[in-house]
Design a protein. Structure first.
Length: 188
């Protein structure tokens, strides 16, 4: 990933972030949201519009802390929920026509880079028929919650394409000094 100030994120992803904040009015959002993030939450978010990533990431970090209790499992589950909606409603094209999980996962980095995020660098590598790895490059340690969110997305893609017993593990973490966050993906 480039620096988050240079990145853009599609409105279709920002909508759930903004809805979560608006839905929990009792949380002290003003302590965690920058002025730009507060402005983002106050506007009408459109699916097809590109938004600056930094305010969206600030919102996501606040949700991770205030709603998710800094629990990676909660962020991953939210990624699953968002992935179901996103991939069933907006990005159906991602699913392989023949239900091939490996083929679908190969498309994920392309779809994410061109349709969901601008300025992100994702490298995928197929290890064997039922094993892939994704490297997500980020200079920002605050993108940690995003990585758990992506774990949930990938689990949904495995299930939706007929893969079974999907396991997505983070085996390297950029926020702990690795050059990229590496997701190890296996399924049957």
């Amino acid at each position: 990933m480039q620096k988050s100030e240079e990145m853009r994120v599609k409105g279709s992803l920002v909508i759930d972030i903004v809805k979560a904040i608006r839905g929990f009015k009792d949380k002290p959002w003003d302590k965690y949201l920058t002025k730009e993030a507060q402005d983002l939450v106050s506007q009408r978010i459109l699916h097809a519009v590109w938004y600056p990533a930094e305010p969206a990431l600030c919102c996501l970090r606040a949700i991770y802390h205030l709603i998710g209790g800094d629990d990676p499992r909660m962020a991953k589950e939210w990624g699953r929920i968002n992935g179901l909606r996103t991939f069933e409603e907006t990005y159906k094209v991602l699913f392989s026509a023949n239900g091939d999980t490996a083929d679908t996962l190969k498309k994920l980095d392309t779809v994410a880079s061109f349709s969901l995020f601008k300025g992100i660098r994702i490298e995928s590598r197929q290890i064997n028929k039922n094993h892939s790895q994704f490297s997500l490059f980020s200079e920002d340690p605050n993108t940690e919650p995003v990585m758990y969110f992506v774990q949930g997305w990938i689990e949904v893609l495995i299930e939706k394409t007929g893969g079974r017993n999907g396991k997505v593990k983070i085996i390297e973490k950029h926020w702990e000094g690795a050059k990229a966050t590496v997701l190890d993906v296996k399924w049957e």
